[in-house]
Design a protein around this ligand. Structure first.
Ligand SMILES: [Mn+2]
Length: 465
């Protein structure tokens, strides 16, 4: 008998019943934007049900050392891909709410072990629903529709909309709940980051995927806007994308498409509109021109907290604290930007980007492993956008191994390349492990295998780009 989405609903009902019976819960959630939003949804749900709970944000490598201490243990945005045998045999009830590819067969559930994962039902967890989305589906069984905006943030933070330019599948239903509640608005817009907070010419100068004459060139971006007869300021204030009229956005769209078409090989031209526009999600209860108003900017702020190992700050903001926690979050965002700028400068001052035939890479000696991916993405616009950019750095002070992060233009993914799958294969050939999205992925490898890893990766890409 085929399993269907209805069977997932049945499991959600079971999870609902499970929650109603417990008094003491521990939540382990993944320490990234999706995982923190997932934690906020669960914690808000348990608060409202008046169930005592603790929450801890962890990296995947912590799972083997965790011990059962509570009546119910919930794993959110993680757990499906990890061995949990040491939990299955314990007295504690286990609930897994994850969207990553599952290790165990769908039939494992029973005896207080309940795993809810969309991949069991033919629903792709990489773009149809996030970890936070699954948690929201559970919250919704209690009627907590107002938590839907967190499900939208989870999906955007997990880059579930990055290839299609919009939220689809279960994500779209969650978005609709947010719209119905008057908390979220969705509109097609220019796909330029920094909608609320960045002066328009700055935002344009960071516009990525393909290197353009305005890329990393603020004066060029100012001239670009002047040529299109688009004012830079409203009175004294710099305008942001949020201030532009439909007509102004239309002019920018046309000009960006024209500019890009000149830069890319002909086979990529058909993908360009997808790079330049996409749906934007606005949180209507947040202040205008604040980073919380835009889903993409909000997810960056949450990531700044997680990358500085302060997920509780983001959790408090997500649960509604707009006082002290928000001040702390702003401060961390500022530190985060400073750190990135400093490291970017360091890479560029001695031209630390190395080139192989089919890829480019840099050694981020001393760059925190939490941000090596972000840096790889930023440095891509200074290298060759036609090839993936790979960054290496030490996993941490105690561990000799290397963390590897890859970023590339979305054009390569539109053309059918999935770097998450490739890095998984290459990393395992050198005794490491890896995976992730088509355009953003990573791996852990033994330090002495770096050269071999690069050689195999370069070889693998031969004829693909
Ligand atoms: Mn996730």
């Amino acid at each position: 008998m085929a399993v269907t989405e209805k069977d997932m609903d049945k499991r959600l009902t079971k999870a609902h019943e499970m929650l109603k019976k417990v008094e003491d819960v521990k939540i382990y959630s993944h320490i990234d934007c999706d995982g923190i939003a997932a934690g906020a949804i669960l914690s808000s749900t348990l608060d409202r049900l008046e169930i005592d709970h603790e929450i801890e944000f962890i990296t995947l490598d912590r799972i083997p050392e965790l011990k059962k201490e509570n009546e119910l243990t919930i794993f959110s945005d993680l757990g499906s891909g990890q061995n949990l045998n040491h939990f299955e045999t314990s007295e504690s009830k286990i609930l897994i709410l994850d969207h990553h590819p599952p290790l165990r067969p769908v039939s494992t559930s029973g005896n207080g072990f309940l795993e809810i994962n969309p991949n069991y039902y033919g629903i792709d967890g990489s773009f149809q629903v996030s970890g936070g989305g699954i948690c929201y589906l559970l919250a919704r069984t209690f009627g907590f529709y107002d938590l839907s905006w967190l499900g939208v943030l989870s999906a955007v933070g997990d880059m579930q909309n990055s290839l299609s330019g919009k939220l689809v599948g279960i994500n779209e239903g969650i978005l609709q709940d947010g719209i119905n509640k008057g908390m979220v608005e969705s509109a097609n817009d220019l796909a330029i980051y920094g909608r609320q907070t960045r002066p328009l010419f700055v935002a344009l100068s960071y516009f990525g995927d393909v290197k353009l004459p305005i890329t990393n060139n603020r004066n060029g971006a100012i001239q670009f806007l002047k040529n299109l007869d688009i004012p830079l300021k409203n009175g004294k204030r710099q305008r942001t994308l949020y201030d532009l009229s439909k007509q102004e956005k239309g002019r920018i769209f046309t000009e960006l498409v024209r500019m890009m078409s000149r830069e890319v090989p002909p086979r990529y031209v058909k993908y360009i509109p997808r790079l330049v526009s996409g749906d934007a999600y606005e949180f209507l209860k947040e202040e205008e021109y604040s980073p919380l108003r835009d889903a993409s900017e909000f997810s960056t702020a949450v990531n700044a907290c997680s990358r500085h190992k302060q997920p509780e700050i983001a959790l408090n903001v997500l649960k509604g604290d707009r006082g002290l926690a928000l001040d702390d979050m702003d401060q961390l965002s500022l530190e985060h930007r400073r750190y990135l700028a400093q490291k970017m400068e360091w890479i560029q001052e001695e031209d630390r980007i190395n080139h192989l035939h089919n890829l480019q890479y840099f050694h981020g000696n001393g760059i925190k492993s939490e941000v090596i991916g972000t840096i790889a993405g930023m440095i891509l616009s200074y290298g060759d956008w036609r090839k993936p950019m790979i960054g290496f750095t030490q996993i941490n002070d105690e561990n000799e191994g290397l963390k590897v992060s890859l970023r590339c233009s979305r054009l390569l993914a539109f053309d059918g390349i999935h770097f998450g799958h490739i890095i998984n294969k290459v990393a395992s050939k050198v005794g490491g492990s890896g995976g992730g999205h088509s355009v953003a992925c990573g791996a852990y490898i033994p330090a002495e295998k770096q050269d071999k890893f690069l050689e195999l990766f370069d070889e693998k890409l031969k004829g693909m780009l």
